[in-house]
Design a protein around this ligand. Sequence first.
Ligand code: ZN
Length: 167
Amino acid sequence: MIGGAYGVTCCGAAKLFAAPGMKAPTLSQALPVRWQPDRAPKATPWPVPSLASAMARGFAGRCPACGTTRLFCGYLRVVDACGACGAPLGELRADDAPPYFTIAIVGHIIILGMLMLEKAASPPLWVHAAIWLPLTTILSLTLLRPIKGATVGLMLKLGMFKSDTDG
Ligand SMILES: [Zn+2]
């Protein structure tokens, strides 16, 4: 125990007071140690690749951690855990982020194409509908799965795991 106390004098300056018969502590001994979060990356049993590899592996539909097994066990259902490295991929809940990214990307492609066609040829509305409605559907359904994979890769890199028992 450090003998003494930390106080503030009448003029506001910090001053250390020594208990009788004890040496006054230095300022660094008297002040409490400030809490710091543990910023060291946590060791995981599965490999954690770079952000670009994790997202590229997810985009290709493979486990973002090891890249050897499949990421999906349905159109959009993520496997519970990787069979090769054991990464708990089912705990990476992408929720509505992949549809959001898909809408943003497909919307930009379709609107740009629509405006360019209108400016170049001004076709009747039924031609626009016949081109852009099916193209929107096909592009959305094609891109949703790889975008979800890339999102799961991003979440693995960021350690955004959430199990069913978490609130
Ligand atoms: Zn794996």
